[in-house]
Design a protein around this ligand. Structure first.
Ligand code: FDA
Length: 391
C-alpha cells in the first residue's frame, strides 16, 4: 500500500520550500522530501551567511536561458516585491548592499525559518533524509523511497543544480527529466572563478589578492564591478558575472579603467616626471597592480618617457586587456549550474511539462541561470510559487 498525496515535491531547497508552501496554502496535501539531513543548506551558506535573497532590479534580461522569454510569466506572477513583502511580514530586517542586492541584516537562517513556517501554515509534511530509488507513472506518480512507496497526482522536481556537491547537489533532477522524455541542455559551472594557463598563472602570480574596478566582457555580455586576481586565475563579481556567458576557448576583455579618459589624463601630464605607475594609481589602480601590470608591458617608466605611439598603445591595452582563461574552477566553486531542463518543453505559465501532465520542474534544475546578486533565489521563489499554484 502506498501513501497518497496530492503533491510530492523532491528537494527542500529554495524552490521546493516555496512550491510546498504555495501548494499547501491552497489546500493541497503536500509531502516535501529531501535526501539531505539538514534543511536548505544552500540558503544557509548563501550571501556569506546573510542570504542575498532577491534584487530590487530583477527583470527577465538578467537571466540566461535558451528561451530568454521563459522567465517572464513566473517573475510577473511572483515578483521580488512579493518576496520582500513576505520578508517584511516576518519582521526580518534587511538592507541593500549594492546594485539592488538585498541581504538579511542578521542571518540566512531567518529566510529558512520563514519558509519552513510558511510550509507549516500550509500543513506541508516535510521529511528529510529520504532516498528516492525509483519514480514511475501510471494514472499517478509512484515513488519507491526509503520511506516506502509513495504516490501522488503531481510531482514537483526541485533538486537544484550541480554546484557544491559536498552539501547535497546531485544530477537527480536531470536524470528524472530524461526518464520522462525531457531534454536537458548542456550543463556547465556558472558564476564561477576562471583559471589561467600555467604560464599566465606564473606571470600574474604577483597580482594575487588584488581587486580592482573593471568592465569585464565575454561575448556580448559586459559587467562593471570588481575583478580579483587569485593564485589560479581571476574571480570577483565582474568575473563571476561574465563566467556565465564565457565559452571555453574564448578570451575575456577587461577595461581596466572604466569611466576614465586615459588619453586625456596622459595628455594633461605630458612631460611630467611622475612615474607612470603613480599616475595610474592616482587614476584609481591599486599601486601594486599598477607596478606589476606596467612592468609586464615594459612600461616601468616616467610619464615624460612615454612616446605618442606607446601612449596610444597603453590607452588601447588598458581599455581592452585580453585574458585567455583555460577553464573554470568547476562545480566545487561555482554558485550555480548553467543549462538544465529545456524550457521549450515546459509551460512558462505553470512550470509543468508540456508532455507529462502533473510533472513540474522549478528552480535551478531548469535551464534558467540568473546573474549574481539575488537573481537566482528570485527565480527559485517565482518558479516555486507558480508551480505551487498549479500542481
Ligand atoms: P537548492 O540547491 O537550493 O535545493 C535543492 C535541494 O534538492 C537540496 O536541498 C538538495 O539536498 C536536494 N536534492 C538534490 N538531489 C536530491 C535527491 N537525489 N534526492 C532528494 N533531494 C535532493 N543565489 C542568490 O540568489 N543569492 C545568493 O546570495 C546566493 N549565494 C550562493 C552562495 C553559494 C555558495 C552557492 C553555492 C549558491 C548561491 N546562490 C545564491 C545560488 C542559490 O543558492 C541557488 O540558485 C538556489 O539555491 C537554487 O534553488 P533550488 O531550490 O533550485 O536548489
Amino acid at each position: 500500500m502506498s501513501r497518497y498525496f496530492d503533491v510530492i515535491i523532491i528537494g527542500a531547497g529554495a524552490a521546493g520550500l516555496m512550491a510546498a508552501a504555495s501548494a499547501g496554502q491552497r489546500g493541497r496535501r503536500v509531502l516535501l522530501i529531501d535526501h539531505a539531513v539538514k534543511l536548505a543548506e544552500k540558503i544557509r551558506i548563501s550571501g556569506g551567511g546573510r542570504c542575498n535573497f532577491t534584487n530590487l532590479n530583477v527583470r527577465p534580461e538578467c537571466y540566461l536561458s535558451a528561451n530568454p522569454h521563459y522567465v517572464r510569466s513566473a517573475l510577473a506572477q511572483y515578483s521580488q516585491h512579493d518576496f520582500i513583502a513576505l520578508v517584511e511580514r516576518y519582521g526580518i530586517a534587511y538592507h541593500e548592499k549594492t546594485l539592488g542586492q538585498l541581504f538579511c541584516d542578521e542571518s540566512s537562517q531567518q529566510i529558512i525559518d520563514m519558509l519552513d513556517a510558511e510550509c507549516r501554515t500550509g500543513n506541508v509534511e516535510r521529511v528529510m533524509g529520504v532516498i528516492v530509488d525509483e519514480v514511475g507513472r501510471s494514472d499517478r506518480f509512484i515513488l519507491k523511497t526509503s520511506l516506502g512507496e509513495l504516490a501522488s497526482e503531481s510531482l514537483v522536481v526541485a533538486t537544484g543544480g550541480l554546484s557544491i556537491p559536498q552539501i547535497g547537489a546531485t544530477p537527480f533532477g536531470y536524470r528524472l527529466a530524461e526518464q520522462f522524455g525531457q531534454t536537458v541542455t548542456e550543463l556547465a559551472p556558472a558564476l564561477v572563478p576562471l583559471t589561467f594557463h600555467v604560464e599566465d598563472a606564473e606571470r600574474f602570480a604577483p597580482l594575487a589578492g588584488i581587486a580592482l574596478d573593471v568592465e569585464a566582457r565575454a561575448g556580448k555580455a559586459k559587467f562593471r564591478e570588481n575583478a580579483l586576481f587569485t593564485h589560479k586565475g581571476v574571480s570577483g563579481p565582474a568575473i563571476l558575472q561574465v563566467s556565465s556567458y564565457w565559452q571555453a576557448g574564448e578570451a575575456l576583455t577587461l577595461d581596466l579603467l572604466p569611466g576614465v579618459n586615459l588619453d586625456a589624463e596622459l595628455a594633461e601630464r605630458e612631460g611630467s616626471e611622475q612615474k607612470l605607475a603613480n599616475t595610474m594609481a592616482e587614476l584609481g589602480w591599486p599601486k601594486r597592480f599598477a607596478e606589476v601590470w606596467l612592468a609586464g608591458q615594459g612600461l616601468d617608466i616616467r610619464v615624460r618617457e612615454l612616446s605618442a605611439k606607446r601612449s596610444r598603445q597603453l590607452v588601447e591595452a588598458v581599455a581592452r586587456w585580453s585574458l585567455l582563461p583555460n577553464g573554470t574552477q568547476g562545480y566545487k566553486k561555482a554558485e550555480v549550474t548553467r543549462g538544465g531542463i529545456d524550457t521549450k518543453q515546459l509551460d512558462s505559465k505553470t512550470m509543468m511539462s508540456k508532455s507529462v501532465p502533473g510533472l513540474f520542474f522549478v528552480g535551478e534544475v531548469v535551464d534558467v541561470t540568473g546573474w549574481l546578486g539575488g537573481y537566482n533565489f528570485q527565480w527559485a521563489w517565482s518558479s516555486g510559487y507558480v508551480a505551487g499554484q498549479h500542481c
